[in-house]
Structures are given as structure tokens and as C-alpha cells.
Design a protein around this ligand. Structure first.
Ligand code: NAD
Length: 491
């Protein structure tokens, strides 16, 4: 077997970059480690500025041909990529679980089918994309969606392939070429996607994958002057660095960032539903950007709601994410574990009370497994309420009036999502109108149609992707105005 292949649960994964249709190694490598048991998964190419330059050059060279490829042919190739994802779904699911520790059953049933759907959805959407045509004083005006050029896509580890393809599918559909830089904590499925795209017949250089650290490969890619779009999903501090690099070239940016979303539980809510919604926030060990980690509960029902949530949370099974009975797997990395535990310890030291869970107890769990935790007696201006923990940690605060609930929900620098549990449709309308969030759910959570815009307000993001909003971002819109009888007048 080639020294550049690693085998993860029987699946061979190339550890190199894919640049211009060729597998390319780097002088250096980094070790990818499984969060399940700390086992090394492979030595991954550690990209630098040289590989970033080569990838942008390859994407630039492939761009005119791909941009000129008829829409129907681009759509056909994206459908072929979706077919390839479906064909290798089990392999992708197993590798993703080993790499980021999320549940295998979630990858099989929900995440990977959605990855294929990302390609099918945007292939279909491309064929339906309108061409706004107007006539003004006899002048015809034609709006076209022109591809922009090479796009850099930078993604995090909590849903690696889902987030990568949510960006890559519309970028490619629009006629752009792509350089994908996955997280160094979960680099493997991007490499499998590169294989799938090649096998599907995507021309060389249309989809490139550069592996490596954010501060090296990532930083070089986002600073490159030939890049026409940067789409980033990740944390706020990294977004600031990327935005500063993009500013030098005025490269258009889309930023999907962190959150600290509220779940508002009113006394008129179905409390079982509310407790079900709350316990869902521990999914993926809380490593979900949209997670409603701030429980805001109306005073009279707070005791009963807490009782029902505690009952559900203590029934959750923690352990190996490959096991079908497991509800909560490990955190992704020792650094993430330390970060989460630090937040909890500081909150407890500041006077918070753990209803259940944290802090970390190595004797009980060990590894990267962190107990689902509920903290109460927390102040609105405290770190644990205001900052994103990105682990299985919820806070609970109470309110007495609707106005207070809305105030607590909105009194934060984030605005990614919000969830409202209420039995009163009028209240739902009033409250949702006041919440600052990219997505608001009423008596449900996580349901999302790819036609809808997705993104965050305030520091949870800049811009929206999804449906035609993705094409807005990945295209240069052009208006062509033609004079009446323009041809004969000038003949
Ligand atoms: P991160 O910001 O640490 O890293 C994200 C990516 O950026 C990685 O690929 C990393 O290598 C790269 N990167 C780091 N420094 C860079 C630089 N200077 N230049 C270019 N690239 C660089 O985030 P993370 O820890 O991987 O992910 C967790 C964060 O992502 C959380 O804040 C979470 O809320 C957020 N997130 C948001 C969404 C959303 O849709 N809004 C979805 C998932 C995750």
C-alpha cells in the first residue's frame, strides 16, 4: 500500500492534497487522531503557502472551461457526485465517525444522505435559476448569474462533509472552481470527496482539496489575491482574521459563525415537548452551532420543566459513537475538552449550581467524554451565559414576563438561532418577531429546507447562504441593457 494511503475501519483514504487533478504530498505532515480512543488515523499532508498557491493556480486554470460548461452538463456532473456519495455512504459514515467522534447512526441516517442531497438540490436549483428580464423605455435589461472564479471554502470539524458540500455544491453549480480546506481535526472525508468527484468525471482543477492547519494553509488561501470568494464556517476569532486578510483584496466573504441560542419555554407550552427539545441540545455532544444552549423558562413551570429535562438527560447513554445504543459520543479533541471543562469550572466557581453533570470526572468517564451538564443560578452577564461553550453544557434561567424573556434572549452578541416553546400562536408571532436570529423555530428544532436562507445575525455571521441566496453569493450578477433597435440604428 502507498505510504500516502491510510486505512480507517477498512476504508483507504489518501492523505495528500488534490491539486489540479493530481494527488500532491507536502514536505511536512500532521497526525490525525480519533476522538473515540486517541488512536492515530493517519499522517496528513501539512499544506503551506506553496500548496495554497498551486491550488489557486489550478483552480484558476480550470475556471474558464468549467464556467463555459453548459448548465445541464454541470448539473449532470453534480448528480454524478451525489450518486458517488450515496454509493460510498457507509464508508463515508464510518470514516467521519472515526475522525470527529459524532454518532455513526446519525451519519448513516441523517448527515450523509443530506450530503448527497446538497449536490442534487443545487444541481436542480441551477437549472431553475431565472434570468430576470425587464424592459425600460424600450431598453431590454437582462440579468445574468456569471460565475465568479476560484472560491476558497474553509470548514470546521463538527459536521465536516455536510458543511463542506453545503458550500461546494452551489459554488460548483454556479460555474466556479473550488479549493476546500477542511479542519485539521477532521480532514479525512474531504479526501474521500475528492476521490468521488474525480470518479464522477469532474474535470481536473474544478475541485481541489488542500489539507493543513488554519494558520498555515488556511491563512495562505484566504490571503490569495486571485481568489474571488471566501466562504467560512467556524469561530468568531478565526472569522476576524479571515476578514482582515480578505480586506486587503476586497474578496467577498460569507461567514457562518458561532452561536449561543436560546430556547424560550413559556408556561403555556407542552412541557414534554419542551423537555424533548431541550435534551436534543446535547446531540453531537453539544458541538452544534445552532444548539439552543440557553434555556429560558417561565418561573411557574421551571421546577417541573427541570424535573422532566433531568429525567431525560440522565437516561442518555454516553460512549462509543459506533455503538447504535449511544446517544452522546466524545468531544472532538483534548483541547475542546479542556475548553468545555474550563467554562464549567469557572461558572461553578462564580456561583453556578450543577443540576446534573460537570465538571469532568475522569474516574467515571475518561477519554474525551464529557457528561451532559445543566447549570443554573447563572447571571445574564456571566461568561457561561454570554460565551459559546460548544460542548454538552446548557444553562437555565427563569423569567416572569414575555418582555423579560425576549430581553434575556436578545441580550447577547450572537444571533444564529432561537427556539420558542409555547401553546399560544399569538404569543409565538409576537415573540418571534422580536428575536434577533437567522432561524427561529416554534415548537420544533433543526428542521430546515435548503431553499430557505441560512446564516446568523450580529456576530453569528455575515451574509446568508441557501437556495438562491447561495447563487447570489457565488455569482457575479450582471445586468446587460440593450437599446431599442440598437443594432439597426448603428448599422
Ligand atoms: P475554527 O474557527 O477554529 O476553525 C474553522 C476552520 O478555520 C478550520 O478549517 C481551521 O483550520 C480554519 N482556520 C483557522 N485559522 C485560520 C486562518 N487564520 N485562516 C484561514 N483558516 C483558518 O472553528 P472550529 O473550532 O473548527 O469550529 C467550531 C466553530 O464553528 C464554533 O464556533 C461553531 O459555532 C462554528 N460553526 C458554525 C456553523 C454555522 O453554520 N454558523 C456551523 C458549524 C460550526
Amino acid at each position: 500500500m502507498s505510504e500516502h494511503l491510510t486505512t480507517v475501519a477498512g476504508v483507504a483514504v489518501d492523505t495528500r492534497h488534490l491539486i489540479g487533478g493530481e494527488r500532491v504530498a507536502s514536505a511536512g505532515t500532521f497526525t490525525d487522531v480519533s476522538p473515540i480512543d486517541g488512536a492515530p488515523l493517519g499522517e496528513i499532508a501539512r499544506g503551506t503557502g506553496a500548496e495554497a498557491d498551486a491550488a489557486v493556480a489550478a483552480a484558476g486554470a480550470a475556471f474558464p472551461g468549467w464556467a463555459a460548461t453548459p448548465r445541464a452538463e454541470r448539473a449532470r456532473l453534480l448528480e454524478a457526485v451525489a450518486d458517488g456519495v450515496e454509493k460510498r455512504l457507509e464508508e463515508l459514515a464510518v470514516v467521519e465517525t472515526h475522525d470527529n467522534g459524532a454518532l455513526l447512526r446519525s451519519h448513516r441516517r441523517g448527515v450523509l444522505p443530506r450530503v448527497a442531497h446538497n449536490f442534487r438540490f443545487f444541481a436542480d436549483r441551477l437549472l431553475k435559476l431565472g434570468h430576470g428580464d425587464f424592459v425600460t423605455r424600450g431598453h431590454s435589461q437582462h440579468v445574468s448569474w456569471d460565475p465568479a472564479g476560484p472560491c476558497v471554502l474553509i470548514t470546521p470539524w463538527n459536521a465536516p462533509l455536510l458543511l463542506a458540500t453545503w458550500k461546494a455544491a452551489p459554488a460548483l453549480a454556479a460555474g466556479n472552481t473550488v479549493i476546500l480546506k477542511p479542519s485539521e481535526w477532521s480532514p479525512l472525508t474531504a479526501s474521500l470527496l475528492a476521490d468521488i468527484a474525480t470518479a464522477a468525471g469532474l474535470p481536473p482543477g474544478v475541485l481541489n482539496v488542500v489539507q493543513g492547519y488554519g494558520s498555515e494553509a488556511g491563512a495562505a488561501l484566504v490571503a490569495h489575491p486571485a481568489v474571488r470568494r471566501i466562504s467560512f464556517t467556524g469561530s468568531v476569532p478565526t472569522a476576524r482574521r479571515i476578514a482582515a486578510s480578505a480586506a486587503a483584496n476586497l474578496t467577498p466573504l460569507s461567514l457562518e459563525l458561532g452561536g449561543k441560542s436560546p430556547l424560550l419555554v413559556f408556561a403555556d407550552a407542552d412541557l414534554d415537548l419542551a423537555a424533548d427539545l431541550a435534551v436534543e441540545q446535547y446531540d453531537n455532544a453539544g458541538q452544534v452551532c445552532l444548539a439552543a444552549t440557553r434555556l429560558l423558562v417561565e418561573e411557574p413551570v421551571a421546577g417541573e420543566f427541570t424535573r422532566r429535562l433531568t429525567e431525560r438527560a440522565t437516561r442518555l447513554t454516553q460512549g462509543d459513537p459506533r455503538d447504535a445504543a449511544t446517544d452522546i459520543g466524545p468531544l472532538v479533541h483534548p483541547r475542546q475538552l479542556e475548553k468545555v471543562d474550563g467554562f464549567v469550572r469557572r461558572a461553578l466557581a462564580a456561583g453556578a449550581r450543577a443540576v446534573f453533570g460537570g465538571p469532568r470526572d475522569d474516574a467515571r468517564l475518561g477519554g474525551l467524554y464529557y457528561p451532559p451538564t445543566l447549570l443554573t443560578d447563572v447571571a445574564q452577564d456571566s461568561e457561561i451565559v454570554q460565551e459559546e461553550v460548544f460542548g454538552p453544557v446548557l444553562t437555565l434561567q427563569t423569567f416572569t414576563t414575555e418582555a423579560e424573556a425576549v430581553h434575556l434572549a436578545d441580550d447577547i452578541r450572537f444571533g444564529l438561532a432561537a427556539t420558542v416553546a409555547t401553546g399560544d400562536p399569538e404569543r409565538a408571532r409576537r415573540v418571534t418577531a422580536q428575536l434577533v436570529a437567522g432561524t427561529v423555530w416554534v415548537n420544533c428544532f433543526y428542521v430546515r429546507d435548503l431553499r430557505a436562507p441560512f446564516g446568523g445575525s450580529r456576530q453569528s455571521g455575515v451574509g446568508r447562504e441557501g437556495g438562491d441566496w447561495s447563487f447570489d453569493f457565488y455569482c457575479d450578477l450582471k445586468t446587460t441593457v440593450t437599446a431599442p433597435n440598437g443594432w439597426t440604428d448603428h448599422a
